[in-house]
Design a protein. Structure first.
Length: 793
């Protein structure tokens, strides 16, 4: 297969199915997140990372410390040549033995390191079988030389078994116990405490629910449960004394060592011979199930089948929508990586190397769940219900909550709750499933009180409609989408212009939905309120050339030409267009101001200029280093919305220009400046006020993945779900000769072929559906299984 976007560090396979890293010395850890929805792990190109079940912070199985410079924590594999005594790692770290060959393939659902040293090749594949609380490290060890070789494979990991916050190891180790178990051919580990708030007999008075195991499918030479015995008091991971200085591990287990898991397996390889080995790591709530589970993954054939099932699962899921365009970066991102990032990283793992969360953000995972709409909309429905369960009867919601303990943060953020009706609207556009609005869901503070999804949405909207200033604008409270504007409106006086646009959009959409539900009173009220809001936005939100961002509790504006710092913000401009909440002339001017003031080399900044001094009446946004994150960086999540806004405004060149500037694959062409992984979106790229202008950071754990997917398909390719049907409205570069999209919509598979013979960017001159001309750009809803759609621009 052809290599694409190759740099000194790596390349994509043409079909985007893998990113292949050529050297372990990447500019930052370049990781994969592998999860089946419950069990998950992070895996860096050097083999670093950690594992968890359900919650990456509260139920972390192995220890990990966020040292992104060293990437020096994780689960390691040592290979020792028992004849020469040489020791190396397939991932290069921690021994840093210079490898003869190295490749790390990050794929969809697995990672594979292929490394070679001294005539031995190790192919190390790591994955999580579907439906298991288990990861498999599958090794194929090949003797490339002409002489027999004796090797020891030695694994290493440190047990956490509970809250990640176990830096007080002297305390935590006292509750840990390991033991050897013959029936599982490995080590078992338990912890007598689970340091998370659970209802029980007092704080810290409950046991960890699981038994963890680390086992092998070949006879063990030895094992180790004690970190001190493994490393030696003055050894370290680069040179663990038990690996370098003694022949076997010491078989120490028990109470209360600084507990680790290490297994030693001997391999004798004849010349050119290959041997396989599986190492397992996982947890089970019933000990008896461990052996039973592992039985299914003993042979290479079983293991290959399990991996194939994972790959097939993703292929099937992602294959439900695919695109083919002349732009290879779009094909790779849209067909593979953006949805993989959003599903595996954001919705399932809820973690990255730069942020470990494990919690659900009320607004965050709702937005992320949009990736499921074209491929598995019932998952979006599930996500909507889950979030509705974290709404209180007064309509307010938890800003975030932790699964397992079901605790969360009450909030004065004023937008969170509105994402519920927003995503419900998107779900209805996709599915037309109005019955869903009648689904009963309980409230967080009243589990016995169930109301319909519709009613949950109404309660959310009603709260925001009560939080309106004298001038008719919504209050900003402790922030609105922008978490960093955390102190602008704490006295509940400051206003938000962005929230005004957003609320306008919700009111107009819900006025339609309510009408359809026969709730005319709601509909009339929302229409009236939307009209009033539009007036307030135009009268008080407009700064002359662009929209203000907000007003503080004392009435001072944010994002005004009168401000020296934070003079203009992105979101109130883009959402004026997205929501259509103001007149067309102002929408155009607002985006003109974005083009002139915010659009820089790596995309549109969230605001400009950055705040140089903290302002306690703005919040922590102003405390970030200038040019980073929300303080004047390209905040990727919001940057994707400008593609939507430019496209909606009918400015295809600008929409595509933004894509080119924020695209991680294109930015990744300059890896030593950009630093981040080229295959996933970053949370942010430093802006011009940063000393590291152009640095991509906070990768993986960002809401931008789902949004970039959506704006590329819906607004660049222009194939989008609407209430009336599937709309065809391309907004592409004029030099594309066409593109195709395969997409499901309301039970039909649409094979859409767009031709662009006369080099247009927008506009469609003819559409045929199964050969018959369609008079509109919205395809009629079909009862066929498959429809062929030919579009001529
Ligand atoms: C973080 C939060 C998200 C918020 C964004 C902007 O990504 O998780 O909810 O919208 O920051 O502040």
């Amino acid at each position: 297969m052809k290599r694409l976007f190759e740099t000194d560090y790596g390349y994509f396979w043409e079909d985007g199915s893998e990113y292949v890293i050529k050297t372990p010395r990447t500019p930052k850890p370049w990781i994969n997140i592998i999860s089946n929805g419950e069990y998950g792990l992070t895996f860096s190109q050097s083999g670093g990372g950690f594992s968890w079940l359900t919650h990456s912070e509260m139920n972390r199985i192995t220890r990990w410390h966020q040292d992104l410079i060293q990437d020096n924590w994780g689960k390691y594999l040592y290979i020792r040549d028992d004849d020469s005594g040489e020791v190396w790692n397939p991932g290069w770290l921690p021994t840093k033995t210079q490898l003869d060959n190295y490749e790390c393939h990050h794929g969809i659902g697995y990672s594979r390191i292929i490394a070679e040293y001294g005539g031995i090749q190790v192919t190390y594949t790591i994955f999580v079988p579907m439906e298991e609380s288990l990861e498999i490290w599958n090794l194929r060890v090949k003797n490339l030389s002409d002489r027999p070789r004796n090797l020891s494979i030695i694994s290493y990991l440190e047990w956490s078994l509970g809250a990640s916050n176990d830096h007080h190891r002297e305390f935590h180790k006292s509750f840990l116990e390991t033991r050897y178990d013959e029936s599982v051919n490995g080590l078992l580990a338990n912890k007598r405490i689970w340091d998370i708030p659970r209802e029980n007999r007092g704080h810290w008075n409950t046991a960890y629910d699981y038994t963890a195991f680390h086992a092998a499918n070949r006879p063990l030479e030895a094992y180790e449960g004690d970190k001190e015995a493994f490393l030696g008091q003055y050894g370290d991971l680069n040179r663990p004394s038990s690996v370098w200085e003694t022949e076997t591990l010491s078989n120490t287990t028990g109470k209360w060592n600084d507990s680790i898991g290490s297994l030693q397996v001997s391999l004798e390889l004849a010349p050119r011979e290959t041997e396989n080995l599986n190492l397992f790591l996982g947890v089970q709530s019933e000990n008896s199930k461990i052996e039973e589970t592992l039985k299914q993954y003993q042979t290479q054939e079983q293991t290959d089948k399990a991996l194939e099932a994972v790959v097939e699962h993703w292929r099937d899921l992602l294959g439900k929508m695919s695109v083919k365009t002349p732009n290879e970066s779009i094909n790779i991102l849209v067909n593979q990586w953006l949805r993989y990032q959003a599903i595996a990283g954001r919705l399932w793992a809820r973690t990255g190397y730069y942020q470990q969360s494990g919690a659900y953000g009320f607004r965050d995972q709702l937005q992320d769940s949009q990736v499921f709409l074209p491929i598995q909309p019932e998952r979006t429905a599930e996500q909507i219900k889950l979030h509705a369960q974290h709404q209180k009867t007064d309509g307010t919601v938890l800003h975030w909550w932790h699964p397992i303990v079901e605790q969360g943060m009450e909030t004065k953020m004023t937008d969170d709750l509105l994402w519920l009706p927003f995503i419900v609207g998107a779900y209805l556009d996709e599915t037309g499933d109005y019955e869903f609005l009648n689904a009963p869901v309980e409230y967080f503070d009243a589990p016995e009180t169930k109301e319909t999804i519709y009613q949950h949405c109404i309660r959310a909207i009603e709260v925001v409609l009560e939080r309106i200033s004298d001038r008719g604008l919504p209050l900003i409270g402790a922030g609105d989408w922008n978490d960093g504007l955390s102190a602008v409106g704490l006295e509940m006086k400051g206003e938000s212009i962005w929230l005004g646009h957003f609320l306008y959009m919700i009111l107009t959409r819900f006025a339609q939905i309510a009408r359809r539900q026969g709730k005319n009173e709601h509909s009339d009220t929302y229409q009236t309120r939307a009209k009033e809001l539009r007036g307030a936005l135009e009268d008080h939100g407009w700064d002359g050339e662009w929209f203000l961002r907000a007003t503080k509790d004392n009435g001072e504006p944010l994002g005004s030409h009168t401000n020296n710092q934070g003079r203009i913000y992105l979101n109130p401009q883009t959402w004026a267009v997205i929501a259509g909440s103001v007149d067309h002339d102002k929408q155009g001017k607002a985006m003109q101001a974005v083009t002139e003031n915010l659009l820089k080399d790596y995309g549109p900044l969230l605001l400009y200029p950055a705040y140089q001094q903290p302002d306690e009446y703005i919040g922590y946004l102003s405390r970030y280093a200038p040019g980073t994150r929300e303080n004047g960086g390209v905040y990727m999540h919001a940057a994707t919305w400008s593609i939507w806004a430019y496209a909606k405004l009918g400015q295809p060149e600008m929409a595509f220009e933004v894509y080119n500037r924020i695209c991680p694959i294109l930015n990744g062409n300059n890896p030593d400046r950009y630093l981040g992984e080229p295959y996933v979106t970053p949370g942010n790229i430093d802006g011009p006020d940063s000393e590291k202008y152009g640095r991509g950071g906070w990768t993986w754990y960002t809401g931008s993945a789902a949004w970039l997917q959506k704006v590329l398909v819906d607004w660049i390719l222009g194939i989008r779900a609407t209430e009336e049907g599937l709309l065809i409205d391309p907004c592409i570069p004029a030099d594309w000769d066409g593109f195709s999209v395969e997409r499901r919509f309301r039970g039909t598979r649409y094979l859409i072929q767009v031709e662009n013979p006369s080099g247009k960017s927008t506009g469609v001159s003819e559409i045929t559906l199964d050969g018959k001309p369609v008079g509109t750009t919205t395809l009629p809803i079909s009862d066929r299984d498959v429809c062929n759609v030919q579009v001529t621009m």
